[in-house]
Ligand binder design. Structure first.
Ligand code: PMP
Ligand code: GLU
Length: 398
């Protein structure tokens, strides 16, 4: 009998991290690997942000901080939100954590009693359902379709709500599909949330990585009265290429913020002091770096779109933001690849890695069998080689 708790025994490991680890192991063993697995900007953290961290260390900011983050960063987040979205939050409504993943863990921990249901549209980011389960909640997965560009429709939401529903979770722009809700689409979901008295957790971590003429709307801005039922999740990881610094945050009611701060005071004491100062520099310093990185991601998105269109049988939805393509591989399942029949997305992605050294993540990990997720947060050279490998893999199938 295992000494491990039943909750943790039932927990799935993160598939994105597992595929990235596999890719790194193969590379360490001498294989050439084209890694499209992890959603992590390949750019260096901009220098002025690194400088701020050095200055923070020199100034002695190397000790514990307040549990929900230093007041200067909480105020900077609130200011940033008011300036970009026009809603005033007080610094007490901001809680800074060790990355947005940790913020999400705190959110579900403070919101979920055992059995409370959290509606999660699929395809979803790998960690959502597991974090809900870890908090004792019940993830209720509602599948969307490629035809709706993987967006939850209001009538689907109405159908999924039960007496136990407490939370609707949204991610826009989406990991893993790149699709983004329009203000009108969000408003239609908001109407259901208001009518059925749901809390909405809105993961807006890709809000600044938007392409073309698309316009991002933060969820609580689309209808009056939403602020009190919304928890916004965001952070510096994607916007400023700061994944390793581990800074994320929430904007919520004071009640929810205080509860998360209490949990955090027992769990982790506080987020890294030095990273918090770096995050202030990110938010308040020059923003050209964001536009430059976004422009580069946009070029890669166009390249990825054209390569997917060239390969027979592949398709994907419209990528409005973020840096993922969620590719429909259904036409290439049930075929023989080098003598082995591949029937599902997991075997397809593992076969592609094994035979061509191209690392992707299976759609099943995002609650959508028949798809593979490709991250284009990687160099154009890497993308070219990866697509050549994928085309050869598909060509080899009989
Ligand atoms: N939400 C989404 C949708 C993500 O893709 C990620 C990526 N890691 C996170 C949250 C967590 O980000 P962080 O690195 O800040 O923990
Ligand atoms: N969010 C990124 C991804 O989906 C990083 C890995 C992770 O945290 O899952 O690939």
């Amino acid at each position: 009998m295992s000494v491990i708790s039943k909750v943790v025994q039932a927990l799935e490991p993160s598939a994105t991290i597992a595929m990235a680890t596999k890719a790194k192991e193969l590379r360490a063993a001498g294989r050439t690997v084209y890694d499209l697995s992890l959603g992590e900007p390949d750019f260096a953290t901009p220098d002025h942000i690194c400088q701020a961290a050095v200055e923070a260390m020199r100034a002695g900011h190397t000790h514990y901080t307040q549990a929900p983050g230093i007041p200067e960063l909480r105020a900077a987040v609130a200011r940033h939100y008011a300036a970009t979205h026009g809603i005033e939050y007080k610094p007490e409504q901001v809680v800074v954590s060790n990355g947005a993943k940790h913020s999400l863990h705190n959110v579900f921990t403070v919101l979920c009693d055992p059995g409370d249901e959290v509606i999660i549209p699929a395809p979803y980011w790998v960690s959502y359902a597991e974090l809900v389960r870890l908090a004792g909640g019940v993830p209720v997965i509602v599948s969307t379709t490629q035809e709706s560009n993987f967006k939850l429709l209001p009538e689907q939401l109405v159908e999924a709500v039960t007496e136990r529903t407490k939370v609707l979770l949204l991610c826009s722009p989406s990991n893993p599909t790149g699709s983004m809700y329009s203000p009108e689409e969000l408003a239609a979901l908001a109407d259901v949330a208001i009518e059925r008295d749901l809390i909405v957790v809105t993961d807006e971590i890709y809000e600044r990585l938007i392409y073309g003429d698309n316009r991002f709307a933060s969820f609580p801005t689309v209808r009056d009265g939403l602020v009190d039922r919304t928890v916004i999740v965001n952070g510096v990881s994607k916007t400023y290429a700061m994944t390793g610094w581990r800074i994320g945050w929430t904007l919520s009611t004071v009640e929810v913020a205080k509860a998360m701060s209490k949990v955090q005071s027992q769990e982790t004491s506080n987020p890294c002091s030095i990273s918090q100062y770096a995050a202030i520099a990110a938010l308040e310093g020059p923003q050209e770096c964001v536009a430059e990185m976004c422009l580069e991601f946009a070029k890669r998105r166009d390249y990825v779109t054209s390569r997917i269109a060239e390969i027979d049988g592949l398709s994907c939805g419209e990528m409005d933001g973020a840096f993922y393509a969620f590719v429909n591989i259904q036409a290439h399942l049930g075929k023989s690849y080098g003598g082995t029949t591949i029937d599902n997305s997991s075997d397809w992605c593992l076969g592609l890695l094994d035979q061509q050294g191209v690392a992707t993540v299976m759609g099943s990990a995002f609650g959508a069998e028949g798809y593979a997720r490709l991250s284009f947060a990687t160099s154009m050279d890497n993308l070219k080689a990866a697509f050549d490998g994928m085309a050869a893999f598909i060509d080899s199938a009989k």
